[in-house]
Design a protein around this ligand. Structure first.
Ligand code: F6P
Length: 362
């Protein structure tokens, strides 16, 4: 009997822990089931190439260091929905059939996709149209995938943001400044809330809770009464201006991406007070950092479980972390709800009881 053959691809924005997940998939597949394991390059783009851009993984691939490395050695992409794929001349093509054909050319017995909700949606559609046998592992620094308590990459991003606050503390105190740290997270405030608590922020601004500049000033004034002249403010990238506008950066490619709310807060505070502000925007440092221990562990546990699902031929499932163990749910159910910060979250209450200003509605 020939060995079963499985593929792995990483799709969407990279993050810490992807290499750890690939490593774990390889070990489980090889050691327990004697499967042949292929890494598809650059997400679904690898399936568009002929021959398909894929590498067979072996023990040497992992040689010790990949576990510790951020990013994904297979490459990824978060551009170009294959159903509406941008061409060089500004038009769009449906490349879904190429991907499906590439998948079948490889004669895979299953494909593990490591992606966020956007990637899972696309791959689910491809799988349905092309009879692809997929199992999904959730990864995203935003931690917004509904059915899992944690996604790969989130803890690393929180750790990076916490360390940034640690480093900003001393310089804030030396110069009696308000240091504003802008973090990623898309429409969810999990990174800001978690890192804000861990890094001792005085003010946490997240998209889910309305704030006001006056509310921030009131907090700064109350700190002054205790003779504290410096402060740490952490703000999530999707927080809006007071009048409700989204703050975006326009890039050279013409695309607009979230970014700049930290500068807005700084300008508003400096207009209305004598507080000296400085802004740090952490950006992709949160994604490229070496994975924390907890992300390596989560990724390893997800990898093992995903291979077991393939072996049992349980497809169209997403692995999830729930009540201290790995479980699986249908992919649709896994991504049905967008996981925001909720007012009733324990961490919101924690922030409040630590005297952190987190908004006016609370
Ligand atoms: O979804 C992950 C994420 O890092 C978001 O937090 C951020 O808004 C976005 O991706 C950045 O995407 P890009 O890598 O395209 O700049």
């Amino acid at each position: 009997m020939t060995n079963k053959k499985i593929g792995i691809l990483t799709s969407g924005g990279d993050c810490g822990g992807l290499n750890a997940a690939i490593r774990s998939i390889f070990y489980r597949a090889k050691n327990k089931y004697n499967m042949d394991v292929f890494g598809i390059k650059d997400g679904t783009a690898g399936f568009m190439q002929r021959p398909v851009a894929a590498v067979e993984l072996n023990h040497k691939t992992f040689g010790g260091y990949l576990l510790r490395q951020g990013g994904t050695f297979l490459g990824s992409t978060n551009k170009g929905n294959p159903f509406k794929f941008p061409t060089k001349d500004g038009k769009y093509l449906d490349r879904s059939k190429d991907i499906i054909e590439g998948y079948h050319q490889m004669n895979l017995d299953g494909l593990i996709i490591i992606g966020g909700d956007g990637s899972m949606q696309i791959l689910k559609k491809l799988a349905k149209e092309g009879e692809m046998k997929i199992v999904a592992i959730p990864k995203t620094i935003d931690n917004d995938v509904g059915a899992t308590e944690s996604s790969i990459g989130f803890h690393t991003a929180v750790d990076v943001a916490t360390q940034a606050l640690d480093n900003l503390q001393s310089t804030a105190a030396s110069h009696r400044r308000s240091m504003i740290l802008e973090v990623m997270g898309r429409d969810a405030g999990h990174i800001a809330l978690n890192a804000g608590i861990a890094g001792g922020a005085d003010i946490i601004l997240i998209p889910e809770i309305k704030y006001s500049i006056d509310g921030i000033i009131k907090k700064l004034n109350s700190m002054k009464k205790h003779d504290i002249q410096h402060s740490l403010i952490i703000v999530a990238e999707a927080v809006k201006t007071e009048d409700g506008s989204i703050v975006l950066h326009k890039y050279m490619d013409g695309e607009k991406r979230l970014g700049g709310i930290g500068d807005y807060i700084a300008q508003e505070l400096m207009k209305k007070t004598d507080v000296e502000c400085r802004v740090t925007s952490l950006g992709h440092v949160q994604r490229g950092a070496p994975p924390t221990a907890s992300d390596r562990i989560l990724a390893s546990a997800f990898g093992v479980y995903a291979v077991d699902l393939i072996n049992e031929e349980k497809f169209d499932r997403m692995v999830a972390w729930k009540d201290r163990k790995v479980v699986d749910v249908p992919i649709d159910e896994g991504i049905r709800t967008y996981k925001n910060v909720e007012r009733k979250d324990s961490l919101v209450e924690t922030a409040l009881s630590l005297d952190i200003y987190i908004g006016d509605e609370i």
